[in-house]
Design a protein around this ligand. Structure first.
Ligand code: HEM
Length: 324
């Protein structure tokens, strides 16, 4: 199993559990296995969407098999989180909460809000890890594929890194504003390889009207983020990978309000800032230290050679990291 998803998992583990894990640790391997099995399976994802509309399908083969797999994944998840909760209970110090779980336990023990209970905590952890590991890893994966296709883009980013961070300096998030081309590359990656093409489903909790369309209370709404990202009204030649579309004539980065990988509105992704930081730091560190080259024994996936589970996933590929 590649270390990329495990590193991404560790970023979130340090925030919520207060620690990172070694790459061969059971906890991190199980999290990655659970979320990648669930998110990257086209059939299981199809079933998890379908049972929202037709719940009785879970009793019928082959949907029943898929439902069993989902249930098993979440049982495994509950087992690990129970272990982590017990460890936190043992070391809990209300004066010095050291991570997300401690902060939550503090509120729970104070008892002022009944929404702070173990089941809610478990759901928060599931949302954060489920929402954060696969999406970020998939985005970084696609960015590596684009670097393989366009070595000249890789060279341009490396030049910017040399100027701003230096050949061996350690990259900080504060460098980002001085690196317009790298920012444009990441923005184009997130537009071109839309991580969650159909976002997350929502249900209207009251009657609504948008652009003169009436949407009754209780309607399932699926946002088509992919369609926005590929609309020629907003992006010239949307089928082409062109980071330059976000650079003005003075070389500044120009943000487009139509790049919306994290969706829009009050329920947009809560992890956007963490994801943006992680993608920037991971990519810059890799390009600074390594030339990223195609493996002669493996075909580079085509730019749209992927499939949609819950996220847009690239086909498997191999690459070479050659130390600079
Ligand atoms: C490139 C990386 C990511 C992408 C493209 C992405 C995308 C999205 C999208 C499209 C939504 C749905 C918003 C909506 O329902 O309107 C969402 C929700 C969410 N994301 Fe992310 N996400 C990313 C990274 C992360 C990370 C790192 C975390 C964890 C810190 C995270 C946690 C969540 C959570 C908890 C929700 C549910 C928010 C809610 O229901 O209010 N995501 N994300």
């Amino acid at each position: 199993m590649s270390i990329l998803p495990k590193s991404s998992c560790n970023v979130l583990c340090s925030i919520v559990f207060g620690k990172r894990y070694e790459y061969d640790d059971d906890t991190v391997c199980t999290f990655v296995r659970i979320f990648f099995d669930v998110f990257h399976s086209q059939f299981d994802n199809f079933v998890s969407q379908l049972i929202i509309f037709a719940p009785k399908l879970i009793y019928i083969y082959p949907f029943s098999q898929s439902y069993k797999r989902l249930k098993k994944a979440f049982k495994d998840f509950a087992e690990i989180t129970n272990k982590v909760f017990n460890e936190h209970e043992e070391t809990f110090d209300k004066e010095h909460p050291k991570d997300f779980i401690d902060a939550f336990l503090k509120n729970m023990k104070e008892g002022s809000d009944k929404n702070f209970d173990i089941e809610h905590l478990r759901m928060y952890l599931r949302d954060i890890l489920e929402g954060g590991i696969v999406t970020t890893t998939d985005t970084i994966n696609w960015s590596l594929i684009f670097l393989l296709h366009y070595p000249e883009i890789q060279t341009k980013i490396r030049e910017e890194i040399r100027q701003i961070v230096g050949p061996s300096g350690s990259v900080k998030i504060s460098h980002k504003d001085d690196m317009p081309y790298t920012k444009a590359f990441i923005e184009e990656t997130m537009r071109f390889a839309t991580a969650t093409p159909l976002g997350f489903q929502h249900k209207t909790n009251k009657d609504a009207e948008i652009n003169r369309y009436f949407i009754p209370k209780g309607t399932m709404v699926t946002p088509n983020i992919w369609a926005v990202h590929n609309d020629p009204k907003y992006f010239e030649e949307p089928e082409k990978f062109k980071p330059e579309r976000f650079i003005d004539e003075k070389g500044n980065f120009v943000k487009s309000e139509y790049v919306i990988p994290f969706s829009v509105g009050p329920r947009r992704c809560v992890g956007e800032h963490i994801a943006r930081m992680e993608i920037f730091i991971f990519l810059v560190s890799m390009i600074q230290k390594f030339e990223i080259l195609p493996d002669p024994e493996s075909k580079i996936p085509c730019l749209d050679d992927g499939f949609v589970g819950a996220t847009f996933v690239s086909c498997p590929y191999k690459l070479i990291f050659q130390k600079i």
